[in-house]
Design a protein around this ligand. Structure first.
Ligand code: FE2
Length: 608
């Protein structure tokens, strides 16, 4: 029998994406931003759809169903009711949201059919059902509790339920405007970072601060109940009514106006970051306990943008009542495309799951485009790049040697990752033992804030030799401490260093991936999902005794992760990356012809 294909789409909010299932198995998935090079691109994911269809070698008419990840009418109703409920203050926001929604969202079915050239049926799932499906169906669990937490979908801002076999049921939800995602985003905005992408920076900044504002947050902003549900005090927020997230009353609580983006970070921002992080962790832990109590399940699946808070996830794993935890790597709205496709396959078409208890159904999240050596060669040739083609064994040896010499290597290999983290397919790699690697990579390669920590990739079987963790963390969504034996205690003088100056204190024998609180955001690497990356780390271990590499995403600040060989070469030439590996080719920066570029780009990214 010919295979059946289901296409899932998420779009028009943030992180548009497409995902294609072939007989229920994930054949392809990608985010639109990677193709259009616009970070968080929310437009109709035409490039992603085209890629998915091409990867499977099918036409739109071959699709059995198309699914959309939320219900636009319900969402519109929420916007309208919020607007009416607080009118006339809401006018600014409504005006902004109105026309786009009328045009693109309410007539969405026609829009999708037209854009795809598809005539068949389009099904809509609820936003949190899509998140829940993306959390449970690809998980390794036969049955599990599910918790989804994000900014907002139609009305829900968090939901929990149970997945069993090939079905799932959501039991309870929390409603707009009480939203943990929006609370975190409000503080992200207030500390001068971009909403929807800067949350990660706030989490990274938190260890430099003191939880000074926790009491203020609990007293004034959020009334948390024992079960983890809460009410936000709307007196302080502007997102119902205005275009900024917080108002003057909010600023008074935190001793003055929001930090101007790009201005100097002060202790206040660090203390705010620490405080909101503490509150977020506490709410998530309470929610997890409630979900455990209500469902009686041993294992938990997580999705929704807030599930990218890997510090909180690490605490749920260590302190929460669940035995195991599985987190969807594309936890944000991009993952909704996967979720709705799986809802159609399992629930609507009543198809059983092909359970993979040893790993999961994500194929390591390597679901994006890949490029044949001939295609790569043709591109490199076209720009006059100087490269060497090496057979696999020799290539891995050479790269491991270069890394051991503290060279920074751009590593472009195989299918691109689905989800916000680079997992060894579109990564920049370095030696974690080097005390200067963190500063070097932040400032000379990523052009980003010096405070931000880097993540380690570690061989799965060696994880507990380095970290207080002994389970899979294939998607870099769990944070755990570096083992006690590897930690280097700070001297009293070092402890007295102010905030960010602690950055240069060597804290372990893998300093480049040890955050100032001795934590690390861990990716465990298994041979079955990424043999090249696994063998590279293995080779590095053979040379150095160290089974860990620094892994950061292959991009510069403000830019989406690279997708094509052209993106990779451009990023390589614009930064201080020393070597580039693209498929079978190795490139030395010193041998490349001069890279000519207009001043435009320089200005653009510096301003981001
Ligand atoms: Fe969402």
């Amino acid at each position: 029998m010919a295979p059946r294909y289901v296409l899932g789409i998420s779009a028009f909010y943030h992180d548009s994406a497409a995902c294609l299932l072939r007989d229920g198995d994930i054949a392809a998935a990608a985010q639109e931003e990677r193709f259009t090079r616009r970070k968080g691109d929310a437009s109709f994911p035409q490039h992603s759809v085209r890629y998915c269809l091409q990867a499977a070698g099918i036409r739109p008419s071959d699709l059995a169903y198309v699914g959309f990840y939320d219900k636009p009418l319900l969402k519109f109703e929420r916007i309208l009711e919020s607007y009416l409920g607080v009118a006339p203050r809401g006018f600014a926001q409504f005006r902004m949201a109105g026309p786009l929604w009328m045009k693109e969202k309410l007539f969405l079915g026609d829009e999708i059919r037209r854009a795809l050239g598809y005539e068949g049926e389009i099904l809509y799932a609820e936003h949190h059902e899509s998140h829940a499906a993306s959390a449970f169906f690809p998980s390794p669990f036969e049955e599990a509790a599910i918790l989804t937490i994000d900014g907002v979908g139609e009305w829900a801002t968090a939901a929990f339920g149970v997945g069993r076999g090939h079905d799932l049921e959501l039991l309870q939800e929390l409603h707009w405007p009480d939203s943990l995602g929006l609370l975190y985003s409000a503080l992200t905005y207030f500390t001068g970072f971009k909403v929807n992408s800067g949350e990660y920076k706030v989490m990274g900044l938190a260890p430099y601060g003191e939880p000074k504002y926790v009491d203020v947050i609990y007293r004034e902003l959020v009334d948390v109940r024992a079960d983890g549900s809460f009410t936000l005090n709307q007196k302080y927020f502007n997102y119902l009514t205005g275009l900024t997230m917080t108002n003057e009353a909010f600023a008074e609580l935190f001793g003055g106006p929001p930090r101007v983006p790009e201005s100097k970070l002060t202790q206040r921002e660090m203390d705010i970051a620490k405080s909101i992080q503490v509150v977020c962790e506490e709410i998530m832990l309470r929610m997890a306990r409630t979900v455990h109590h209500e469902t009686g399940m041993d294992d938990l699946c997580l999705a929704g943008g807030v599930a990218l808070n890997c510090v909180a996830n690490g605490r749920i794993l260590r302190e929460g009542p669940f035995r195991r935890l599985w987190i969807q790597p594309a936890a944000g709205d991009a993952g909704g495309a996967l979720g709705v496709a799986q809802l159609i396959w399992h629930r609507y078409l009543n198809q059983v799951r092909a359970l993979k208890p040893e790993t999961d159904g994500m194929h390591g999240a390597y679901l994006g485009p890949e490029f044949a050596p001939e295609e790569i060669a043709a591109y490199l040739d076209s720009v006059g790049a100087v490269c060497e083609r090496l057979e696999r064994r020799c290539r891995l040896q050479r790269v491991a040697e270069l890394l051991a010499q503290e060279k920074v290597v751009g590593w472009f290999d195989g299918r691109m990752e689905f989800g916000p983290r680079a997992l060894g397919a579109r990564s920049i790699l370095g030696d974690p033992r080097s005390p200067s690697m963190q500063a070097q990579m932040n400032l000379k390669i990523k052009f980003r804030e010096g405070f931000r920590p880097f993540a380690p990739s570690v061989l799965r079987e060696r994880v507990r030799d380095y970290f207080e963790l002994d389970c899979d963390s294939p998607y870099m969504l769990l944070v755990a401490p570096v083992t006690q034996e590897r930690q280097i205690p700070m001297t009293p003088e070092q402890r007295r260093l102010w905030g960010i100056h602690q950055l240069n204190v060597v804290r372990s024998d893998i300093p480049a991936v040890t955050h100032i609180d001795y934590s690390a955001r861990i990716q465990t690497v298994s041979r079955d999902t990424n043999p090249n990356y696994y063998d590279l780390i293995k080779e590095f271990e053979r040379l150095t005794g160290c089974a860990v590499l620094v892994n950061t995403s292959f991009n510069v600040r403000g830019e989406p992760i690279v997708c094509t060989p052209a993106d990779a070469y451009r990023c390589f030439m614009r930064t201080h990356i020393d070597y580039l590996v693209v498929g079978p080719f190795l490139l030395d920066k010193a041998q490349q012809p001069e890279w000519k570029e207009s001043g435009e780009w320089q200005r653009e990214f510096q301003l981001d």
